[in-house]
Design a protein around this ligand. Structure first.
Ligand SMILES: [Fe+2]
Ligand SMILES: [Fe+2]
Length: 197
């Protein structure tokens, strides 16, 4: 192992070496951030929403770059499962971009936000049930770890539990379009996959 892994405080070790555990942990983080945005108001809601946008954009991009291409050829029916997940991800990204253009205090924000939450939850459940289960059964620990490393590289673009100083710096920074973040994430993932890609 090289010194590439820099776990955040509170992370356990398993997700770093198993792409399925790592992605499921991110599903949990995403769920928590949806709850946080709903419970907060004003500036606090705005900040929580920024973190959610980053994590969702980075998570879905990492899945599209790392696990979906693998699943297409890893198990029978994988091709169709991936097509279905990609369609859901495409719809979610459009909804996310639309929401990202609204202020969190806009009266139309919350209804749209709640719809996105329902869709993202259903999408995550479908991934866990129809895709992730088969990924674990279709490969070995080495490949699971290699894919985890690539997803970790993506996650570094969206720290979910930053240190206090980093937090306010990130919150003060304009995010830029969701599309630009996804492009940067793709570059990071491809670099991390190196010879695997
Ligand atoms: Fe996804
Ligand atoms: Fe996912």
């Amino acid at each position: 192992m090289t010194g590439l892994q820099t776990p955040h405080a509170g992370d356990d070790l398993a997700p770093d070496t198993d792409v399925v555990s790592l992605l499921m942990r991110q599903h949990g983080d995403i769920r928590n951030l949806f709850d946080e945005v709903e419970a907060a108001s004003g500036e606090e809601r705005r900040e929580s929403f920024r973190r959610l946008v980053r994590l969702l954009a980075v998570h879905e991009t990492a899945e599209e770059e790392v696990v979906h291409p693998f699943s297409r050829r890893a198990f029978p029916g994988g091709e169709q499962v991936v097509e279905d997940r990609l369609a859901e991800e495409h719809a979610a990204k459009e909804a996310l971009s639309t929401l990202d253009d609204l202020d969190t205090d806009d009266p139309t924000f919350m209804p749209r936000f709640m719809k996105l939450r329902t869709d993202v939850q259903e999408h995550a459940r479908a991934e866990e049930r129809y895709e992730f289960i088969h990924i674990r059964r279709s490969t070995d620990a080495t490949k699971l770890a290699a894919m985890a490393k690539a997803v970790k590289a993506a996650e570094a673009m969206a720290p979910t539990r930053p240190h206090p100083g980093v937090e306010s710096a990130a919150a003060n920074m304009t995010l830029g379009p969701v599309a630009a973040l996804m492009d940067r994430t793709k570059d990071a993932v491809r670099k991390a996959m190196g010879k695997d890609g």
